[in-house]
Design a protein around this ligand. Structure first.
Ligand code: ADP
Length: 258
């Protein structure tokens, strides 16, 4: 019996009680980083200890979105995440190079950088969201190998082209046994600020239909919104404020964690 007890202790110690959730998309520019930032803030507001890894080597935007421009401290090669004003701890590939410098990394370098971010001192973080680059490349594969994510969230616009690529992203997670938590449809519907008429620049309902076809949960949709874009650019995530956008992110975060 003592032997079994020891095994159990060893197993608990090797797997910290922490959920790593990858946020991916097939295409770029669908709002994956914006969503990741706001979901992290919503989770922090709900009382979770949240970390965020910005692994988007093509456009690391989390330092801007979360208004955290400091460089991470390091001790013996171990990085310490930067505190953001929104209760989310952040490490970004963008923090590893100077502003404006291209992250022209080949696969192994990107994988090395990602490893540093994963193996950082995340302290007592309960959830770590990982903002992935778009697509199904080296960074995705490295993350799956090194961090064994507990789940993946897929962001898409309602547009067919984006959805075809979202299906590829889902396929990668499925083939590597990462549970797909669901699809979020972003930029669905736009209310004209002048006449109030609702239009659908990227179509409508496409992501929900795709989720049904691919047999993954549909977690919800967010409208195209000028105020969301403006406050995101200004480093004040809507999820940190009050109003319908904050409520929408709160609901999405809840559904993602269910
Ligand atoms: P990705 O990470 O998929 O490349 P981003 O999160 O960087 O996408 O978003 C791309 C651009 O679209 C940004 O300027 C962002 O502010 C804007 N954006 C994202 N979601 C919305 C939305 N729902 N309404 C309006 N603008 C949005």
């Amino acid at each position: 019996a003592a032997g079994i007890g020891e095994v159990r202790i060893a197993m608990t110690a090797s797997k910290p009680q922490r959920r790593i959730i990858a946020v991916g998309s097939g295409k770029g520019g669908v709002g994956k980083s914006t969503l990741t930032a706001n979901l992290a803030v919503a989770l922090a507001r709900a009382g979770k200890r949240v970390g965020l890894i910005d692994a988007d080597i093509y456009g690391p935007s989390q330092p801007t979105l979360l208004n955290a421009h400091g460089k991470p401290q390091a001790e013996k090669e171990k990085l310490f995440p930067v505190e953001t004003p929104f209760g989310v701890r952040l490490l970004s590939v963008g923090q590893l190079v100077s502003a404006g410098q291209a992250l022209a990394w080949r696969g192994p370098m990107a994988a090395g950088a990602l490893t540093k971010l994963i193996e950082a001192d995340w302290g007592d973080a309960e959830v770590i969201l990982v903002d992935l680059p778009p697509g199904t490349g080296d960074v995705q594969l490295s993350l799956i190998q090194k961090a064994r994510p507990d789940g993946a969230l897929i962001v898409s616009t309602p547009q067919d082209l984006a959805l075809i690529d979202a299906a590829r992203a889902i396929d990668l997670f499925r083939k590597t046994s990462v549970p797909v938590l669901g699809i979020v449809e972003n930029m669905a519907g736009y209310t004209c600020p002048h006449c109030g008429e609702v239009s659908d620049p990227f179509g409508s309902g496409g992501a929900e239909a795709s989720a049904g076809r691919l047999n993954v949960p549909f977690l919800g949709r967010l409208p195209l919104s000028a105020s969301l874009r403006e406050s995101s650019d200004a480093g004040t995530p809507p999820a940190a404020g009050d109003g319908p956008a904050a409520d929408a992110f709160h609901d999405l975060a809840q559904r993602m964690m269910d």
